[in-house]
Design a protein around this ligand. Sequence first.
Ligand SMILES: [Zn+2]
Length: 434
Amino acid sequence: MKKMILSGLTMVLLGGLGAASSSNYSTQADIPAIQPPPKPATLSPTTGTLPAAPAPLPKAADLWIEHQIQKGESLAGIFSKYNLGTTTLHSILEDNAPLYKQLTRLYPGKTLKFKLDGHGKLQSLVYQQSKTDAIAITKTTSGFTSQLVTRQPERELQLAGGVIQQSLYLDGKTAGLSDKLIMKLTEIFGWDIDFARGLRPGDRFTVLYEKLYIDDQPIGDGAIVAAEFINGGQVYRALRYTLPDGHTGYFTPDGESLRKAFLRTPVKSARITSRFNLKRRHPVLHRIRAHKGVDYAAPIGTPVRATGDGRIIFRGHKGGYGRVIVLDHGQGYTTLYAHLSRFSKKFKTGSSVQQGDVIGFVGQSGLATGPHLHYEFRIHGRHRDPLTVPLPGSHPIPLPLLAGFRQQTEPLLAALEQARPVAVAKAETPPAPR
Ligand SMILES: [Zn+2]
């Protein structure tokens, strides 16, 4: 396990991140400034006695009440508890209609802060929704305005790495990665590495990610900014980069997108029961019949995802395929999903689908010995092995931006490389006897 904080790198990388932002829901342009308190009357320097004029009455101090929301509590209940008045509550909700839902659906454990004037009248209300987000409501001459206050957390880069000995989940946890980061890691490399079936002991990973802080208190993990995964000796690297159009993605050091035009498999974590084989003996027909796809055993009802963006060109029954969907992805690519139990109601023949969309559900329709998905991949009508066919990439870094991309991601690559020898050293340690 290797963990270190790269504060120097943080400075370089995060120089461009903006300051706190807030979106304003109020109808008025500004929240009125708080009136300064009246100046106290000065004593006469010459007499030393009580001043002739009476001292002004001390202004009743503003009072802040902090209330922790209990289970089952409503805003109306809390208002009544502190005698804040139903008129005030209605006025707040009416004046801030876009926030109605957020204000009326309170979460237990979060806090509400009320500022009352000397007469117990509500001046402002702050609903702290999370460590970073709060709704601030302030009384004005014409009602109540609201502001969504968002605090930008401090970000610090952290490195974690490890060697696969048991599973990515267990070894990732040992390396200090949260569930969320492990999930993100599998998403980033999901087009190249089959995490459900293809990991081997000795595979290595290095992750450079953001840790988020508010007031020096850790509040969670941010994004993975760079990662390396060595799977079966093959090195995969991912660098996070935001294009000028605002799209953020993960790219190889050469600027190729890690996201491919196709997912390798249409069902998550299913077992392969039959591979692409042009000389297979058919289990039902008992004669040599090419198996022109891959079979995934999965329970009936398991979601089947479109492996690439495309259009449904066939959806219906077709002989031994049973209930089947064929997608056309353009440029000669088609995919086929057979033996489905049912189709997704979201689509019909002719519908456009996106990569990852659930188009149907695993079943046993047609010629099938048990519930499974039969998946085919064709290029210009020719069947290819879905598990090994080279998958086309999608949207690399445009050529004119490549130099800028390289310059910006160079320190990330250096950090990954620096961290790697530690992982190698660990891999060479003989495993403890069991
Ligand atoms: Zn099959």
